[in-house]
Ligand binder design. Sequence first.
Ligand SMILES: [Mg+2]
Length: 361
Amino acid sequence: MSITHVETSLYRLPLPFVMQDSMHGKMTHSEFVVVRLRDGDGGEGTGYTYALNSGKSIAALIDGELGPFLQGRDADRIEAIWKDMWWHVHYAGRGGAASFAISAIDIALWDLKARRLGVPLWRLLGGHDPDVHAYAGSINFNFSVPELIEQNRQLVDSGFHAVKMRVGKETLREDIERVGAVRKEIGADVHLMVDANMKWSAEEAIRRSRALAEHNVYWLEEPTIPDDVAGHARIVAEGLTPVAAGENLHTIYEFQKFMAANAVSFVEPDVTNCGGITPWMKVAHLAEAHNLPITSHGVHDLHVHLLAAIPNANYLEIHGFGVEPYVEVPLPIVNGMARAPERLGHSVDFVWDKLAPHRLR
Ligand SMILES: [Mg+2]
């Protein structure tokens, strides 16, 4: 089962509309790096990661460092390959672009393994429950209040029981007015998450967390920078709204520090930037031992398998950077629920002809 072929491609995909959050400015495109592996028996696995604008660097890391390093390796020994990749780029790695590159390869290795064994990924990884609660992770910081109301009314009408909106406006008053307008529109029973995208100091986050409680917010996501573990712990302890974090944590060690410090209420790893499925599952099990739920960030087509595998699954984020136009079978969301597919591997089968016009390399 030696790896004989590693192919990297980079795409710049247009978003369905201009998206904005409190920190990243206006977003019109998302970059996807795709890795395709083949073994000596003709088995294939596909992995991918996405980045706002660092795709070239991630693709270069795979092409220049990690791809050649994989040639001839036993594709079944994923833990050994993962550890060797980690150390191969350790000096310039330990997170950052290296974690994105390793993620894409690790996802491809697990896809290859599941397909060779003839099973869907979620069954291979634990097989807890294929039915996963989904929420709409809208990126709508630049929406006016009427646009916010219209968007969330449509989401609830389409069956979602949980929605997320962006916060981080200049004043507390404006954030609370916007959240209050959405709460009024969706009613008391729909879960409402808010995402500050790291905007505030810990002090400001505590102030806003307390005010948000008036509208029964399910979680406050990324209230401050991911580097401030102690600040997150203060926001959990002194605020009045549970805290979600993890989309900007890139190693199992970073997650461990957050959990050990009681700095997070909803753990939110992203399989495309935490090092792939191998560390994602370790984070999920570590969270279980801390009696914490796991939610996901981005790539709902992949995360539905991972959340279906584990007993401490919370919500699956349905993300605005979805690849629906470019895959054979988009993930259906019915009455706010997703079901992990029974097709082989992760079953995110790209339609390469549709991706081709967007290929950068
Ligand atoms: Mg977020």
